[in-house]
Design a protein around this ligand. Structure first.
Ligand code: ATP
Ligand code: MG
Ligand code: FE
Length: 363
């Protein structure tokens, strides 16, 4: 089936076209430039930008793929989680298109779409062990590590169309949010992830031992008696520790070793997320781990995750960069899976859900 996917949960207006597991086009317009001077995404500006960008982005996607709206078999749209006003723009546009064309509409979960994108042919840029390249089938016993500006989660995916389970999540800041906040403390600008990634390469990751949140024995427990936050994350204490460290250099009148702070902070985040994701895989019998979300662009994360996955005998799958960050192709990819698995389309009366739980694959 030919699926049109629409994404508007944050600052990216995305329209993707997918035929089965084949990616036809992935058109993205971002309003990030308009948020930079505020140091974070401003919801009203994002919503306004989606309104401006939607029609041109749709037209571009259809033209690039050489198809018309009439050719489309179903429409899929991100219905949550995300910014309420931003979601509303994409959902309203998708409902209007569905009403005008009579095509079925699938209101899908953005987080599950970050995993579903791995089903597209040639979507995986790097993997530690060659899998049977069975197009359109995720490997069995699949785990996913989603790390973005808004989410940090470990998932178990038994079926992309019907069974996705949340194993652990951040209890405060998301990993990408921590990168952005620390970049701000260090005066590196916004978004902070790419700047810290680059600077960290010049620093010593062992210079400062920053705290590893929720890794103390009382949180981890044991295999027999798992602690209350065994697979959960916390990054707000780490962010505070970085701020205190910077203040202490200032108080002593010393120059701040910015590269060392960046490298040491980055290592603290990545040490915890890779260790916990691999632990969850080992304990839960998940033999493949898929990375998703904007932080999956981080070069050190890719390196550390592949080292630790290899050591643990876990196959690591890393989608192409353009498919890791928010986009419409991932929405179309998940929509196609729902159609091919015979899932019923959504009732057009649905409302976007800014805190849609990851276990809810579609509304
Ligand atoms: P959501 O959480 O809803 O998926 P989002 O728009 O916040 O949405 P993405 O666009 O997937 O998430 O990712 C953006 C985040 O990724 C930002 O916090 C950014 O700093 C971070 N990021 C991007 N590149 C890197 C990198 N190389 N290293 C670390 N973090 C990065
Ligand atoms: Mg974004
Ligand atoms: Fe996302």
């Amino acid at each position: 089936p030919l699926i049109l996917g629409i994404e508007s949960s944050c600052d990216e207006t995305g329209v993707g076209l997918v035929r089965g597991t084949q990616l036809l086009t992935n058109t993205v317009s971002s309003s990030m430039d308009e948020h930079v001077r505020f140091g974070g995404v401003i919801p009203e500006i994002a919503s306004r930008a989606h309104l401006d960008a939607f029609v041109p982005t749709l037209a571009q996607a259809l033209a690039d793929a050489g198809v018309t709206l009439g050719d489309v078999d179903a429409i899929a749209v991100t219905s949550g989680p995300g910014l309420a006003g931003a979601l509303m723009v994409g959902v309203s546009a998708a409902k209007a298109l569905a009403l005008a064309t009579g095509k079925p509409l699938y209101a899908i979960n953005h987080l599950v779409a970050h995993v579903g994108v791995g089903l597209l042919d040639e979507s995986i840029a790097a993997q530690t062990v060659a899998l049977d390249a069975t197009a359109g089938a995720l490997p069995p016993n699949l785990g996913a590590l989603l790390v973005s500006g808004g989410h940090t989660e470990i998932l178990r995916v038994r079926s992309i169309a019907s069974d996705v389970e949340l194993l652990g999540a951040t209890i405060d800041d998301a990993a990408g949010e921590a990168f952005d906040k620390v970049a701000r403390i260090l005066g590196l600008g916004y978004p902070g992830g790419p700047a810290i990634d680059a600077l960290a390469r010049e620093g010593n990751a062992k210079a400062i031992r920053f705290p590893r949140g929720l890794t103390a024995p009382k949180y981890m427990g044991t295999t027999e008696a798992p602690g209350p936050h065994r697979y959960d994350f916390s990054f707000s204490g780490l962010k505070t520790a970085v701020a205190r460290s910077v203040e202490s250099y200032e108080a002593r009148g010393e120059e701040i070793p910015v590269a060392d702070v960046a490298a040491s902070f980055q290592e603290a985040v990545l040490d915890v997320i890779t260790a916990k994701a691999v632990l969850a895989c080992k304990e839960q019998g998940m033999t493949t781990l898929l990375l998703g979300g904007g932080v999956a662009a981080n070069s050190r994360l890719r390196e550390l995750a592949s080292q630790r996955a290899s050591t643990a005998g876990i196959t690591l799958l890393v989608p192409k960069l353009s498919l890791c960050t928010d986009n419409g192709a991932m929405v179309a990819a998940l929509g196609a899976q729902l159609v091919m698995n015979g899932v019923a389309p959504s009732d057009l009366a649905f409302a976007p859900d800014s805190s849609m739980p990851v276990g809810t694959i579609s509304l």
